[in-house]
Design a protein around this ligand. Structure first.
Ligand code: GLN
Length: 243
């Protein structure tokens, strides 16, 4: 059987990579490599044109001012990104990147930043920053938890058929009010969890890799099991922390 292949596009890593969010791309790379899946990675930077045919899009977090530049760029590529979403490409956005996957982000004392709207979610800058450890319940994975670290002032509210990715156990998540964390629509996921996110949530990484393989090969491909002892030790360490 020929080698399985996947393509990942890392969106604007020079602008949105706060708190080492590039660690998520490294997890995709290693977990594919360990299964002999050939993962091609392309970086898209300011001025680059996005071409269709990608299986996974990743976008990290950043400060408001970096989000301004990226918001403009994403609007230039909005239609191809929406087409890719409708073609079941997997999207993973972290914090600021998550916010720009929604309808808009309204920072403090600044112009509203337009998002690409693949998540029916709106974000408004709040009066305080949420900074601390987060654990949340996610019903469709084992373990049934995801963990990470949040640092945002944005308050995100979900609408329509965009559903929460998880429900908060410890922390604030989307807005510190409705006990939701993150968002999902089709294969697009957004989360406030830095850390970076995937190294301590290998089960979520594999879930996304399986979705990407399904999109590319139209088949539920079983991933060979990996020894995640260390990753899950790190997961449980955060799970047992208070905010
Ligand atoms: N600037 C956004 C906020 O403060 C996103 C921050 C981030 O990506 N950590 O909500």
């Amino acid at each position: 059987m020929s080698k399985l292949k996947l393509k990942l596009v890392h969106l604007y890593p020079l602008f949105l990579n706060i708190y080492g969010d590039i660690g998520n791309v490294k997890v995709f790379k290693k977990r594919c490599e360990w299964r002999d899946i050939d993962l091609e990675i392309e970086q898209i930077n300011i001025g680059d044109k996005i071409t269709p045919g990608t299986d996974i899009y990743f976008i990290g977090g950043g400060q408001d001012r970096q989000q301004v530049e990226v918001s403009v760029e994403m609007q230039k590529n909005k239609s191809v990104l929406i087409d890719e979403y409708n073609n079941d490409a997997v999207f993973l956005g972290i914090c600021g990147g998550y916010q720009l996957m929604g309808q808009y982000y309204q920072p403090h004392d600044a112009e509203r930043l337009e998002g690409i709207g693949i998540l029916d979610a709106c974000t408004i800058a709040g009066s305080m920053r949420f900074i601390g450890n987060v654990s949340a319940k996610i019903d469709y994975l084992h373990p049934e938890t995801i963990v990470g670290f949040e640092n945002h002032s944005g308050l995100t509210y979900l609408n329509g058929d965009t559903t929460p990715m998880a429900s908060i156990i410890v922390g604030n998540g989307n807005n510190g009010q409705d006990r939701t964390e993150g968002a999902r629509s089709r294969n697009a996921f957004g989360t406030y969890l830095h850390g970076s996110f995937l190294p301590k949530n290998p089960h979520f990484a594999d879930y996304l890799i399986k979705l990407a393989l399904k999109k590319r090969y139209n088949d539920d491909i079983t991933l060979s099991p990996l020894d995640d002892t260390i990753e899950l030790k790190a997961h449980d360490f955060v799970l047992n922390k208070t905010y």
